[in-house]
Design a protein around this ligand. Structure first.
Ligand code: NAD
Length: 485
């Protein structure tokens, strides 16, 4: 299949399919969902040991299929094997290991303190599986963003239908092979495809839809979910800002920003989207940024084995159109190559807030630098836009860091670091507002895929509730009025 064949996916608002081929597709998908639902109803996924066994099977499969997955990631995104290990398979392996180690503790009912009014009584918070879940994933970290939610789904005792992104077709095929070969079809099934398949999937009733991708499709997912009152986790994107304060260590700051921006050729939801600093800091930072690019990707990034490619020509064209060569102090359109979908690491200075590059999430290897008068203006700029997925601050001043924490809202705030914070199982990962809703990773993922059910138990004797039964007269009325004032 040509790489761009499905590429209009996000642009299409699909009508309900009705041709015989589409009816056949609908029947096939309905059969998959029904089979899984039956399996859930039979209790297959509830026992803790069974969940751990599926997670172990996933871990084995991941190890066994590593070469196939790495080849696919190289084909789709030009990812080096090391980068794939670091940002894709490694993240999933960590999630599995952490989950397997802690699942028993997470699953243990928590005691609730119910207060004197209900005494004598005991309370528990029990985590129960949601049921049939749907995981729809994007193309930029196609292994990580498909399997990390799946780990949480399995840990929670759910069954899952997985819909990988058609925009990374080689990885979609490799994931399908992995899941069909190594996991129990009573737990996990894959539906490959694009809009038609996803639209039919979204017609079905799920108990949770976990979607990662852009906000336009996020809205389609949320609308479809509303039909069945299905909860959603929406992991979306947006423009994640960076503020570099005066006095920051610029050599390290530059390296961290360059790494965060140009990993996966900028096709990272939490990539620093644009950089703000005062003119003086920009002037000092510039040589460090250039040096960091050269140090990481050499003077010829097209030959670097560690530099990725745009996923397809549509995204190549889109990002290339955002580059203004007159403002590029590094990279630019000259060496870009449509054939190989290569765009060099590009840094643009003197960018205006109204330039096209500031009109949308860049999602490519272009870093615009904008002048601000200081933290006040940077904070005001962030507040005036959509709430970002992550905000980055490099500052030697605790007071400035604290101001960003208090005065701006974002999915997460990263002080002195880029990207690495989403690789840890110890931190929830998710957006707020336009950048999404809900979160996962580690325990948060387990919680996202379970219902916290409070269970209360009160002995029948003594019948202390006698005091609240009507009729309310005399002493009883006076007492209750005083107690519940
Ligand atoms: P994409 O095009 O692969 O779409 C994501 C999924 O939505 C795919 O599985 C696709 O088949 C499905 N889809 C596309 N159009 C659809 C339609 N009309 N109806 C139903 N389903 C449809 O990926 P993308 O959206 O281009 O991904 C990039 C975006 O995702 C960026 O905005 C990025 O910031 C965001 N993102 C967010 C995270 C996160 O964790 N928050 C991670 C990665 C990417």
């Amino acid at each position: 299949m040509p790489k761009d064949a499905h590429d209009t996916a996000a642009d299409v608002t699909a009508a309900a399919p009705s041709t015989p081929a589409e009816d056949a597709l609908r029947s096939r998908i309905q059969a998959e969902v029904t089979a899984l639902r039956d399996s859930f109803d039979a209790g297959t996924t509830r026992p803790l040991e069974a969940r751990l066994a599926q997670l172990a099977a996933l871990r084995r499969g991941l190890r066994r299929e590593e070469p196939r997955l790495a080849r696919a990631l190289a084909e789709d995104l030009g990812k080096s094997r090391t980068e794939s290990a670091l940002t894709e398979l490694g993240v999933v392996s960590q999630e599995i290991a952490h989950t397997m180690k802690n699942l028993r503790t997470w699953q243990r009912p928590q005691r609730l303190s119910l207060g004197a009014m209900l005494a004598p009584a005991t309370g528990q918070l029990r985590r129960e599986p949601l049921g049939t879940t749907l995981i729809i994933s994007p193309w930029n970290y196609p292994v990580n963003l498909t399997l990390a939610p799946l780990v949480a789904a399995i840990a929670g005792g759910n069954i899952a239908i997985v819909k990988p992104s058609e925009v990374a077709p080689a990885t979609s095929a490799a994931l399908t092979h992995l899941l069909r070969t190594h996991l129990d079809p009573g737990w996990v099934r894959v539906v490959e495809g694009a809009v038609a398949e996803t639209t039919i999937l979204l017609e079905q009733r799920f108990d949770l839809i976990f979607y990662t991708g852009n906000g336009a499709v996020g809205r389609i997912v949320a609308r479809a979910a509303a039909e069945h009152l299905t909860p959603t986790v929406l992991e979306l994107g947006g423009k994640s800002p960076v503020f570099v304060d005066e006095g920051a260590d610029l050599a390290v700051t530059a390296r961290r920003i360059v790494w965060g921006k140009f990993t996966n050729a900028g096709q990272t939801c939490i990539a620093p989207d644009y950089l703000m600093a005062t003119p003086r800091t920009i002037q000092r930072l510039m040589p460090h940024l250039r040096r960091a690019v050269r140090a990481m990707y050499s003077g010829k990034p097209d030959r670097s084995l560690d530099y990725g490619r745009m996923v397809n020509t549509k995204h190549f064209d889109r990002v290339l159109a955002l580059i203004d060569d007159d403002k590029a102090i590094c990279g630019g359109t000259d060496t870009a190559d449509r054939e190989t979908r290569f765009i060099p690491p590009t840094i643009m200075q003197g960018v205006d807030w109204n330039d096209p590059v500031m009109g949308e999430e860049i999602f490519g290897p272009v870093l615009p630098i904008l002048t601000v008068s200081g933290p006040d203006e940077a904070i005001a700029r962030i507040r005036s836009g959509d709430k970002p997925l992550t905000a980055y601050v490099f500052s030697p001043r605790r007071s400035v860091e604290e101001r960003f924490a208090e005065e701006t809202s974002s999915g997460s705030l990263a002080l002195g670091v880029t990207l690495a914070h989403v690789g840890t199982t110890g931190m929830p990962f998710g957006g707020v507002g336009e950048s999404g809703m809900g979160a996962y990773h580690g325990r948060t993922g387990f919680e996202a895929f379970t219902h916290a059910k409070p269970v209360v138990k009160k002995p029948l004797t003594p019948d202390t509730l006698r005091f609240v039964y009507p009729p309310y007269r005399g002493m009883k009325r006076r007492l209750l009025r005083r107690l519940f004032r």
